[in-house]
Design a protein around this ligand. Sequence first.
Ligand code: PNW
Length: 500
Amino acid sequence: MFLLKVISTVCILLQLWTIRTVSGVDNRTFPPNFKFGVATASYQVEGAWDEDGKGENIWDHLTHTTPDSIYDSSNGDIACDSYHKFDTDLDLLKELGVDFYRLSISWPRILPTGHIDGQINEAGVAYYEDIFTKLQENGIEAVVTLYHWDLPQPLQEDLGGWLNETIVDVYANYARLAFELFGDKVQYWVTFNEPYIVCQQGYESGGKAPAITKAPGIDLYTCAHVVLKSHAKAYHIYDSEYRATQKGKISIVLNTNWFEPASDDEKDLEAAERKRQFSFGWFANPIVHGNYPQVMIDRIGERSEKEGFDKSRLPEFTSEEIEDIKGTYDFIGVNHYSTSLVQWIEDYEIGEPSSIKDVSAEVYDDDSWETSASDWLKVVPWGIRKLTKWIKDNYNNPEIIITENGFSDTGDIDDPRRTNYYREYLSNLLEAIYDDEVNVTAYTAWSLMDNFEWFQGYSAKLGLYSVNFSDPDRPRTPKSSVKYYKTVLETRCLVDKCIE
Ligand code: PNW
């Protein structure tokens, strides 16, 4: 009897000692150097699509020529009008108390044709110069993406965009110009936002501009090859010409869901890992380890041969290129929103090529997961912990920056589900940091404000601030999630009171 009592007391004490959570939310404080920010992207917020000498980009072109491809036939012509309203945006950033602002430069705003030997558009340069100066004056770091999908239209028309290797040098010249002009005020550079989406949706599924769908199973791999070389070239330019004086960091931003096996069955585990390799690994493997994942090389090679191609549809890197690409990251930027289940299926039969057939896996959602206004976004907070741990284990424990994470709804000012999303995902991130010892150093909420959500137009809202798109002034109003995020930024804590 006495022994039982002792045992049960010890158990209770042990339990109390290990409890660190208040209603399931982790109550530890974020590490002292951990940074918080918010993000936007040029085409989604700037507007002023043809003002002050800006050149046309592939999204201007797509939304103007095929408006029906956008859910509400809208476009980014005006968007949030941030081209004229940066001072207002700056006030929002100050109100939130962010450590950094992640934004992107519109390439054709500073180089209207995309080419350095075209004309440099001084008004565009002045616009970004003003932004970076004001961020610096206010102690807000700049995380700057060079390419968030708004390719200068002439580079699409004349070169075929990311399918043509000659763009590597064109992009590199643009990158060098950006480092030269703004690098003294930029702490983090991102070469590309989500190359997976750029190539898979831009050059196969048609879900993003330039929506080229003519060679499935081929073009997307060519695109990725060219993007990876462009990335590496920009990295090396920064590394050798600017790093010593500007002292920033540079890398790429990769998007991925967490892919959870549908069961403990060996085959489901294998299919889930394969799906991860074909998504995140497609880019992370070359950048960290030098080449495409072996599973991609093997499967695409085998299928190409059976399809009658004389070489693999997956391009090959030379050994010099492998050495050149390997290690071109100072951190890994991760855009993460959701999780999917993956079930093993028989390989698709040989026929017309496609990247979906190359992977051959059934990818779906659990019906019980909370939904959002975007069909691809289900609320699965534990996915971010598993994903970051998997990245740690597979890519040499890199510094990880969560460069996007957020929730989509239809735009109510009172948005408890967004607050809940941030709280739950951040709680899992704390566990990744403290319990799995993952080196996550910063977190970015997508987005500062509602904006042009690509093919969903203005129907899906991901902002902390609401924007009234029917008012010419585009006034911004804080949603209730602003209050929560602001408190988190102030206290570095997700609950009323944290330990430590
Ligand atoms: C990101 N997925 O894209 C982009 O970087 C942003 O421009 C965009 O507004 C934001 O997410 C919200 O959509 C993604 O299918 C596109 O998992 C697709 C996925 C994830 C992110």
